[in-house]
Design a protein around this ligand. Structure first.
Ligand code: NI
Length: 144
């Protein structure tokens, strides 16, 4: 069974690759390379997967998932300038592709604290940056 919870956060970023020239950055990223950054209202969907608990009839305790996502992702990213405020984007380009991977890393780090049995697992992360840009990260579980 899969369950998806939706969250929102607002953040700004600038798409800029240090190793490229200013001209190359402007050519590749256009207005996304604007030196002062720009903001997005990101929609985030976190999908978990696991068996339905026989006692509760649920796949996850929703409050537990919310606490994890809010503490590790929303509190870290909401109302921040990703390039400047977040250590992970000091070196890593603040694209939404990389943002999705960083959200996975943040959740993975604390997953076992929130779900000691490892159930449910994190199955999918979707980050919607704009109406036209949606990024999907499917998480392939390695056999334990
Ligand atoms: Ni942008």
């Amino acid at each position: 069974m899969r369950l998806t919870h939706r969250y929102r956060f607002s953040a700004s970023h600038r798409i800029h690759v240090e190793s490229l020239s200013g001209e190359e950055n402007r050519r590749l990223f256009g207005k996304c390379n604007n030196p002062y950054g720009h903001g997005h209202n990101y929609n985030l969907e976190i999908t978990v997967e696991g068996p339905v608990d026989a006692k509760t009839g649920r796949v996850v305790e929703p409050g537990e998932l919310d606490r994890l996502v809010e503490a590790e992702v929303i509190a870290a990213y909401n109302h921040r300038y990703l390039n400047v405020d977040l250590p992970e984007f000091q070196k890593l380009t603040a694209t939404t592709e990389n943002l999705a991977y960083e959200i996975q890393r943040r959740l993975d780090e604390k997953w076992r604290q929130a779900f000691p049995s490892g159930v449910p697992s994190l199955a999918h992360i979707r980050v919607q940056e704009t109406k036209r840009n949606v990024f999907d990260l499917s998480i392939i579980e390695e056999a334990i």
